[in-house]
Design a protein around this ligand. Structure first.
Ligand SMILES: [Zn+2]
Length: 228
């Protein structure tokens, strides 16, 4: 059985269950019998486990102090290991990333984050450059004039009249298919600098399941957030 926190209330008439941030909370009427509750929970077991599993892909990356954590890179869970050393480096190892901060660096946490950010930026840039080439060919579009990666709070990408595209660094945690959708979205803006019907038709032409991707971003986008 899964671990849970039981919250009883005199006002409550039914049993309810909530799974949030890997915590299970069970709300129950004050008088409920333990046996009844246990049976009910047993029935919900597979649902709860499915929820916990689902939320595992939404690991809380909001804060990672200098200890071992996980981060999502192209929707793959990557272990982060921190150590102090002679120089500052990021190394890709079999089971994750080893981030070494020079012992001489004064602001260890800041340096750690800068190193990680630079590494993720490099990874995302390489992927986007490759896919921009693919999609520009497909869409018979000239390559954009400029490509930037930035951390945005409220958007995944942007395109301006100078044909400069910017993508949100937080996309690094998303699956490739979602990043592809954002790329197609921004490339479609090169012809339509708006969200008109014609714009969405062009998106749909090269990314037929774009609606699923927008839903995914609505649903899981926040879980890609972290604080630098
Ligand atoms: Zn747009």
């Amino acid at each position: 059985m899964f671990a849970y926190q039981l919250k009883k209330s005199t006002r409550r008439k039914t049993v309810a269950i909530k799974v949030h941030n890997q915590n299970v909370t069970v709300y129950a009427p004050h008088h409920v019998q333990k046996k009844v509750l246990d049976n009910w929970l047993l029935e919900k077991k597979s649902w709860v486990e499915a929820q916990l599993q689902k939320q595992l892909t939404l690991v809380d990356t909001k804060q990672y102090p200098l200890k071992d954590k996980k981060i999502w890179v192209f929707s793959e869970a990557i272990n982060l290991t921190f150590q102090q050393g002679n120089t500052s480096t990021v190394e890709r190892q079999q089971d994750g990333l080893l981030i070494t901060v020079s012992a001489r660096v004064k602001h260890q946490q800041q340096k750690y984050q800068l190193l990680l950010e630079a590494y993720l930026k490099e990874q995302l840039t390489a992927y986007i450059e490759m896919r921009l080439n693919d999609f520009c060919t497909l869409m018979q579009e000239a390559l954009p004039n400029d490509l930037n990666i930035a951390v945005y709070k409220r958007k995944w990408g942007s395109c301006n009249s100078k044909r400069a595209l910017t993508f949100n660094l937080l996309l690094i945690g998303a699956p490739h298919s979602i990043i592809d959708y954002v790329i197609v979205h921004e490339l479609a803006h090169l012809r339509h600098l708006n969200h008109s019907k014609a714009f969405w038709q062009r998106v749909a032409q090269f990314c037929p399941d774009y609606k699923a991707s927008t839903l995914w971003l609505k649903q899981y986008g926040m879980s890609l957030q972290w604080v630098f």
